[in-house]
Ligand binder design. Structure first.
Ligand code: SF4
Length: 241
């Protein structure tokens, strides 16, 4: 080992030897295969505000439930002006009655974020990650989701699937937090492909690289994956950060 990338990204934290150049080449091949295996339109919702509300509802929720509630919410309340002007309690009641966990917090976030966007940003969701992260309920993952899926910008939202798969594939060290995983991926993956990473890895994580017992035998990334060679193990991934 020993070679350290300039900046705050280091090769020392990986569990196996590979130069940056080798890692970069492997990352490019991985993304190409993922894009072929899980083809999908860019999945642009194309509406930053609705994407933002979707992301708040989705936290710790199953996709199907999130989607249903999100559709019903906009069926009932239509736009940002309406939502910013209803009492927080009404939004909380709506979420609770529709089976949304953390309804109290999420109801407050949705109404307050809408008020801030109206009052401080002329009703337009900001397209800047720092401004997005100032909104209630919007952490780095949601901010990147709004940028990628709402605005169609090149961004890499790191959710639980992206985090796990990147580490199994040795594209990020096993014991770094999601923000750091994002930095490694941004360094290793060509800029014009960033927008595909999230949806391709989410699909891959749901169908093949499952959290428990990944289907490595039928995985098209098998030859490129250090996890199958025992170079990254579940024990590494579970270790202290
Ligand atoms: S080979 Fe296994 S661990 Fe590696 S990406 Fe595929 S399913 Fe995941």
């Amino acid at each position: 080992m020993g070679k350290t990338k300039s900046g705050s990204l280091s090769l020392e934290r990986f569990t196996f030897d590979e130069s940056w150049e080798e890692k970069k080449k492997r990352a490019e091949k991985i993304v190409e295969i993922l894009m072929e295996t899980h083809p999908r339109e860019k999945l642009l919702i194309g509406d930053p505000y609705r994407t933002l509300v979707h992301c708040i509802i989705s936290q710790r929720m199953r996709d199907e439930v999130t989607y249903r509630v999100w559709e019903e919410l906009f069926e009932k309340y239509r736009d940002i002006e309406t939502i910013a002007n209803i009492p927080v309690e009404e939004m909380q009641r709506f979420l609770r009655e529709n089976g949304v966990g953390l309804w109290k917090t999420k109801g407050e976030w949705i109404v307050k974020a809408s008020q801030i966007i109206l009052e401080e940003h002329d009703g337009k969701v900001p397209d800047d990650i720092r401004e997005l992260m100032k909104l209630p309920g919007i952490g780095r993952k949601c901010a990147n989701i709004v940028l990628a899926y709402g605005f169609g910008r090149q961004a890499i939202p790191v959710d639980t699937h992206v985090n796990r798969i990147s580490k199994r594939l040795g594209l990020a060290p096993p014991r770094v937090p999601p923000e750091k995983v994002e930095e490694y991926l941004a360094e290793l993956i060509p800029y014009e492909k960033w927008i595909y990473v999230n949806h391709a890895m989410v699909d891959h994580g749901k169908s093949i690289c499952n959290p428990i017992r990944p289907k490595c035998d039928s995985c098209p990334l098998r030859e490129l994956c250090p996890y199958t060679k025992g170079l990254v193990t579940d024990a590494d991934l579970k270790g202290r950060r």
